[in-house]
Write a protein that binds this ligand. Structure first.
Ligand code: FES
Ligand code: FE2
Length: 423
């Protein structure tokens, strides 16, 4: 439970708010690289309550600008994208990817060059990694070092999907921190998927009250959900949480691991990016079908079946009578999206009644609140000072002898007796 004021501090992301300012210290993923074609349509992007436009220029480089033309505010999402720049359709003023104004055809020819130099356009640093476009919209002259995440170098068959959810970012992020719901909410959607799946995951559904242990890290924390298997071994689901909004979730038996990134669009909407990738081999076909079921829009795979409160999100009571747990059919992510939306756009955390399974969420909130305070006092948040090794972050699902301490296991190099794909 939080006070109303704490809830406001954690959830509001506009410029000038405590969380909005902390978030602006980081790079953010905003679009799939494939969504931007050279000289193709610019893409309107809303991030942290501000509007922008992304485009790929003739030479393949990506530009990221304020959405509104600095002349009289027409959306540059309408602009012509040609000859290495965006040209506003209203009066033809043109800007290259560095944000420099290169033409103002409505000014007298002899004054144009001088005039162009004075046209201000807010433009932002861009990177492309892991099939995504990343931007920095913060206030510092130089952006922070770009994180060296494993998913920035994904195997060729990695999947990237997005769901746009009408719910505050923290609801989405907390849903990912909440291991306890896997055996409940997802009990039908993750059971019996594919032939070879869930040899370990089944323990998550047969033991719904694991013991949680947390180790704080400069970037966030490692967390293990531990289940004693009664034969001298322990099933450990080790997740990594990277603030402000990354959750690294393990897979079993050759299943891809999942990285879920919940990016705030504004106070009430969030973009949930899902990276599915398998460090041990190809992503199985059955998994691809399962992960992308119902997808019609690569930039919002939730859009096709999107329901709402008026139709109770198309929950299927017949399916529930026939044994389906949630009655939410389609991709398992829909179950997450719908429970988030059903809380209301910004859930009132002063009205909660938390249990022991919420310990991880409570810890994360305390860490975020502490970081907000420190940030207001001028300290860089969460490993941005260079103290974190992002390349080493990887989730792991293992069965290990009780004699081994999970904290000592390097997820990139687990010891021999620790088996990722347990029989
Ligand atoms: S509003 Fe864009 S050129 Fe005039
Ligand atoms: Fe979930």
């Amino acid at each position: 439970m939080l006070s109303r004021e704490e809830n406001e501090r954690l959830t509001r992301v506009g410029a000038g708010t405590p969380m909005g300012e902390l978030m602006r210290e980081f790079w953010h993923p905003v679009a799939r690289s494939a969504a931007l074609e050279a000289d193709g349509a610019p893409k309107r992007v809303r991030l942290l309550g501000e509007n922008f436009v992304a485009f790929r220029a003739t030479d393949g480089r990506v530009g990221f600008f304020q959405e509104n033309c600095p002349h009289r505010g027409v959306s540059l999402a309408l602009a012509r994208n040609e000859e290495n720049g965006l040209r506003c359709i209203f009066h033809g003023w043109k800007f290259d990817i560095s944000g420099t104004c290169t033409d103002t055809p409505t000014e007298p020819a002899e004054r144009r060059a001088e005039f162009c130099k004075r046209v201000p356009l807010r433009h932002y640093p861009v990177r492309e990694a892991g099939s995504m476009v990343w931007v920095y919209i913060g206030r510092r002259a130089a952006p922070p070092k770009f994180f060296d995440f494993e998913f920035h170098r994904p195997p060729a068959d990695a999947l990237v999907r997005c769901g746009i959810v009408h719910g505050n970012w923290l609801q989405g992020f907390e849903g990912q921190l909440d291991s306890a719901h896997i055996g409940m909410l997802h009990r039908s959607s993750t059971a019996n998927v594919g032939q070879a799946t869930n040899r370990l995951n089944r323990f998550a559904t047969t033991n719904t009250a694991p013991r949680f242990e947390i180790v704080e890290k400069p970037y966030g924390f490692r967390e293990a959900a531990l289940r004693d298997l009664g034969d001298g071994s322990v099933y450990a689901r080790i997740r990594e949480v990277v603030f402000p909004y990354y959750s690294f979730i393990p897979g079993d038996d050759g299943q891809p691991r999942l990285v879920v990134v919940v990016v705030p669009i504004d106070d009430e909407w969030s973009a949930h990016w899902y990276y599915y990738m398998n460090p041990f081999g190809p992503v199985p076909d059955w998994y691809k079908r399962w992960a992308v079921i119902g997808t019609t829009d690569d930039d919002d795979d939730y859009s096709a079946d999107k329901g709402g409160v008026a139709n109770i999100w198309h929950q299927n009571r017949d399916a529930m009578k026939a044994g389906h747990w949630s009655g939410i059919l389609g991709n398992f992510t829909y179950e997450d999206f719908i429970v988030e939306e059903s809380m209301g756009a910004i859930v009132d955390r002063s009205q909660e009644f938390l249990g022991s399974s919420d310990a991880v969420i409570g810890r994360a909130r305390r860490m975020l609140l502490a970081a907000l305070k420190e940030h207001e006092q001028g300290k860089l948040p969460f490993g941005l000072d260079g103290s974190a090794d992002y390349s080493a972050i990887r989730a792991l699902s293992i069965r290990l002898p009780k004699t081994l301490n999970w904290e000592e296991i390097d997820p990139r190099d687990p010891p021999q007796e620790v088996v990722e794909a347990a029989e």
